[in-house]
Design a protein around this ligand. Structure first.
Ligand code: ZN
Length: 258
């Protein structure tokens, strides 16, 4: 871990106090928690993934249905990045805080499955996941791992083992609704929590970006760790405009006293 400023060191102690004093803390994570793992933000226009294509066209339900070759060509570097990635210290520290009882749930905008891989169990994936695929014809759900080699290394588009229908990654595409049950649960726990920690989200993608406001309006504390400012920084108890992989492990160590 690199050096941090005295102001951040003070913020870490303060954040740890809030976490220890909370009874129902939850976390909201976005692309920024997976960038230290080498995964590009697939919704961001600032990354290479989007330099050639219009995301609204290619990462859409319409593209999947009518231009599958184009859709799967877009998906390939993203799936490759996830295959090559591993959880970073921010993911691992959140899992430790959950295991110690300090964090009750993680709401994530990410589709990479890295929270689960680092040991977090109560994870709400509001933008879906790339770890499974579903058949649009017979609704069979399969694990992506079984298809990755053929897809990434041999260029094969995944087909349903039961009916040969085209398999769709269980990620929420442009033009699709958020998964209803997961989204309702995310809204409910945001209202009930007494602390929300925002980690690695610039809070620009609606409707998820509205969850911290919901929490604050119901009296929750708010801790924000993100490289750039967010619209709700002014309402937060403490804000770290820094790398989550630097800050979260320090907060976890302070809370867990190790
Ligand atoms: Zn099928």
């Amino acid at each position: 871990m690199g050096e941090i400023s005295p102001r951040s060191a003070q913020g870490i102690r303060f954040a740890a106090d809030i976490i220890r004093g909370s009874k129902n803390a939850i976390v909201l994570t976005g692309a920024g928690i997976s960038t230290p793992s080498g995964i590009a933000d697939f919704r961001s226009t600032h990354t290479g993934l989007w330099s050639q294509v219009n995301p609204y066209e290619v990462a859409s339900l319409a593209a999947f249905r009518y231009q599958p070759e184009k859709f799967f060509a877009w998906l390939r570097p993203l799936a490759q990045g996830i295959r090559n990635s591993a959880p970073n210290p921010a993911h691992i520290s959140l899992a430790r805080l959950e295991q110690a009882g300090y964090i009750k749930a993680i709401i994530t905008q990410n589709v990479d499955g890295l929270h689960q891989r680092s040991g977090s169990t109560n994870v709400l994936e509001v933008h879906g996941t790339l770890t499974t695929l579903s058949c649009g014809s017979c609704f069979q759900q399969v694990k992506s791992d079984d298809f990755l080699h053929a897809f990434l290394d041999c260029g094969e588009i995944p087909r349903c083992p039961r009916c040969l229908g085209q398999l769709k990654p269980d990620v929420i595409l442009f033009g699709e609704q958020l998964p209803a049950r997961t989204w309702l649960k995310a809204q409910a726990i945001s209202k009930e929590c007494d602390l929300m920690i925002v980690a690695g989200s610039s809070l620009e993608v609606l409707p998820v970006a509205g969850l911290p406001m919901r929490a604050v309006e119901h009296g929750a504390h708010l801790i924000i760790i993100n490289q750039t400012e967010t619209y709700i920084d002014v309402r937060a108890d403490v804000v770290f405009t820094e790398d989550v992989a630097q800050i979260i492990p320090r907060i976890a160590s302070e809370v867990l006293d190790d």
